[in-house]
Design a protein around this ligand. Structure first.
Ligand SMILES: Cc1ncc(COP(=O)(O)O)c(C=O)c1O
Length: 462
């Protein structure tokens, strides 16, 4: 295919508004134009290869243009493109359910389809709220969420979000919540100087604030929502599975629902199919999206228990219907790819295959970064790793925001064949499950060079 780079960039500059982007940053620079992708790499219009080190915003699982996923999509194009999912069903949606049931604990048995992670969260919030309303517990209207939480950009998801940089301005548009402290091990007074795997022994002091909220307000609370094991957009904050275990006991004690947002962590990213498995607990609701189709197409699910479902099941005139739905609910093209994605997990077991890769990834993160003068913290879980850059390591003091260090590292990484899109001054890797040990080694070695050189001012944007 012959592309006209000049025309693409001119149209983009004149008419396109990109997500989570200050467009003025691109006043005198162009974004890379991506025209192809294979496996772990993206290809620019000039033919430059870039490691997709953030799995295309945390979606890609088995690599780009996977032959089995491609075939599944082509097959589906001969059968059914789309049909509304209210009043109809189809084997593509039930196929997704059938395969997912094999990966989920038996209690999670009711599936509500939608088409992106924020919506899966909105659905979970409305379900949790209405679960109590339908049973006459009218005071239970509020949610407990965490500082540094990110659950999406729609207003319900923003209401339970805790990253002030993204959400502060929209506060007047959102509903009130109880916000509990974040399990941010690196900045915990008890924590070790380096978090590493976040599996160190600790007293879970960070859970005390949440417990106090539940003790005092449980009659007003319908649910607690959080990202299990990893607060992703909040800075790739890895925290111990023991936190989830203790939290589950609290939610049972105080009779509030527990929602795990697995939008970022699901489908193997943390080393198990779902992050909550690592804690051996079962929540009342989970939210899935991103990796559900292997990162190909927009599809999401909110999965809940029979008990929650039963609270809505009544004669029509009782007014207990769940009024929620979207045009593209359970789109068959997306479902067909999701089924194939789940079959790959079953038949090829990428998580077992990737055990050595994950161990090497974790070891290399420690070996290459822990002693670097500006690396305050190294943390990792599964295919996710992060380093938090600080101006003063002893005092854990951040770099001044005006320095825009993370952004500069990102810009420089693109020149070196990587996508180190930062979260503030946290540089992270969110790798696909198909990554090899050799690729991990190349990615991390190159990343360290980019970070070092940027800090020394060795790039144009250093
Ligand atoms: C934990 C979590 N929840 C929800 C979302 C929102 O998903 P989407 O971008 O598909 O709306 C994200 C997106 O990054 C996420 O990380």
């Amino acid at each position: 295919m012959k592309w006209d780079k000049k025309e693409i960039l001119a149209l983009d500059r004149k008419h396109v508004w990109h997500p989570f982007t200050q467009m003025k940053d691109y006043e005198d620079r162009d974004p890379p134009v991506i025209v192809e992708a294979r496996g772990t790499r993206l290809k620019t219009i000039e033919g430059q290869l870039l490691y997709d080190t953030i799995s295309s915003w945390w979606t890609n699982i088995h690599g780009h243009l996977h032959p089995r996923l491609n075939e599944a999509l082509k097959r589906q194009l001969e059968l059914l493109d789309h049909v509304n999912f209210s009043g109809f069903t189809h084997p593509y949606a039930t196929g997704v359910v059938k395969h997912l049931l094999d990966f989920l604990p038996s209690q999670l048995s009711r599936f509500f389809f939608s088409d992106n992670g924020s919506t899966a969260v909105e659905v979970a919030l409305k379900m949790a709220f209405q679960y109590w309303q339908n049973q006459g517990f009218t005071t239970k209207t509020r949610f407990v969420c965490l500082e540094n939480a990110y659950h999406g950009d729609t207003l319900g998801a923003v209401s339970v979000g805790g990253v002030d940089l993204f959400f502060k301005l929209y506060k007047p548009l959102t509903f009130e919540t109880f916000r509990a402290p974040s399990p941010y091990c690196y900045r915990c007074e008890e924590g070790p100087s380096l978090t590493l795997s976040a599996e160190h022994e600790c007293s879970l002091r960070c859970l005390q604030g949440l417990e106090e909220i539940l003790t005092r307000h449980h009659q007003e609370v319908c649910a607690v929502i959080l990202e299990p094991r990893l607060q992703a957009a909040g800075g790739m904050l890895v925290y111990p599975a023991a936190y989830l275990k203790a939290l589950k006991e609290l939610t049972e004690k105080y009779q509030v629902l527990l929602i795990f947002d697995e939008v970022a962590t699901g489908f193997g990213r943390t080393g198990t199919m779902f992050a909550f498995e690592q804690a051996g607990v079962v929540p009342d609701l989970i939210c899935l999206a991103k990796g559900l189709t292997g990162g190909y197409l927009p599809l999401a699910l909110t999965v809940t228990t029979e008990e929650v479902y039963r609270a809505f099941y009544a004669d029509y005139l009782e007014g207990k219907t769940f009024y929620h739905g979207h045009s593209f609910t359970a789109n068959p093209l997306c479902c067909a790819v999701a089924i194939e994605n789940l079959k790959i997990f079953k038949e090829e077991d990428p998580l077992a295959r990737g055990k050595g890769v994950r161990a090497r990834f974790h070891r290399l993160l420690t070996d290459l970064f822990a002693e670097e003068p500006y690396v305050g913290d190294v943390r990792f879980v599964g295919y996710v790793g992060a380093v938090e850059l600080v101006a003063d390591k002893d005092r854990k003091e951040p770099f001044p925001v005006e320095k825009r260090l993370g952004f500069k590292i990102y810009m420089n990484s693109l020149e070196e064949g990587l996508v180190l899109r930062p979260l503030g001054d946290v540089i992270y890797w969110f790798l696909p499950l198909c990554v090899t040990e050799a690729e991990v080694e190349e990615i991390l070695t190159l990343s360290r060079e980019v970070i070092r050189k940027t800090l020394k001012g060795g790039f144009k944007s250093g």
